[in-house]
Design a protein. Structure first.
Length: 235
């Protein structure tokens, strides 16, 4: 059973640096959207299958990168300050096993004869739904158990440094892929805070690239117009 702090403790800590929120929102949105696509996909259609396999591999790569970064940049430093991370490490190990299982299913459905793909697609759908269920619980535990541990042991400034180390370790294409996850999952105020902070700290060309290749393609026209107005972007 998942271990959560009681509601009063979570409320008391509101207003602290939202370390997990943006990336977890992005992963929840992307994983649930992909699960819906898997549920209504025609696996006998070659184009549909190719698109689904490519999108799932990209998402699984990002999910695997996310837990690597958490393990190295978050769990290790939290352990040094007396935090309890063994349970989270075990969950990450479970995720790694799920990634291997899902990759094997993707390889299998690609190699299968068209007549067999519907049954294999059903297996893939169920396996991915199980992974998503476990990851939703895992992310909830991080936000209700691990986050208060971080807040009690690190200042907001220290948490920002940790996040900066994670961002600095990303290759440019990986960083852009994470932004494509996070921006459409955020609410309007969160988008402004995220991108406004980036505009102040990152090179102008990097900010412009995120607007054009992460924000504009992933937001609805009205959402992008609202963001542009709030950030006072030039048309």
């Amino acid at each position: 059973m998942i271990q959560t702090h009681n509601h009063a403790n979570i409320i008391d800590l509101e207003g602290r640096y939202d370390f997990y929120g943006p990336i977890h929102k992005g992963l929840r949105r992307a994983q649930c959207a992909l699960l819906v696509r898997l549920g209504n996909a025609d696996f006998g259609d070659a184009v549909t299958l190719a698109d689904l396999v490519a999108d799932m591999r990209e998402l699984l790569d990002l999910a695997a990168a996310h837990i690597r970064h958490e393990h190295h940049h978050v769990h290790d430093v939290l352990r040094l300050r007396g935090g309890g991370v063994d349970r989270l490490d075990d969950q990450h190990d479970d995720h790694q096993a799920s990634f291997a299982e899902l990759e094997a299913l993707l390889d299998g459905i690609e190699a299968a004869a068209p007549a067999s793909r519907s049954a294999l697609g059903r297996r893939l759908y169920l396996a991915f739904s199980g992974y998503v269920a476990r990851d939703l619980e895992h992310m909830l535990e991080e936000e209700t158990v691990a986050a208060p541990q971080l807040w009690s042991r690190f200042s907001d400034g220290e948490l920002m440094v940790i996040e900066g180390q994670i961002v600095g370790s990303l290759a440019p294409e990986e960083a852009m892929a994470f932004m494509r996850l996070m921006i459409p999952a955020a609410n309007p105020a969160e988008r402004v805070a995220m991108l406004g902070g980036m505009r102040q700290q990152a090179p102008r060309e990097a900010f412009d690239a995120v607007i054009e290749f992460a924000a504009r393609p992933t937001l609805l026209p009205a959402e992008f117009a609202d963001l542009a107005d709030r950030l006072e972007l030039m048309a």
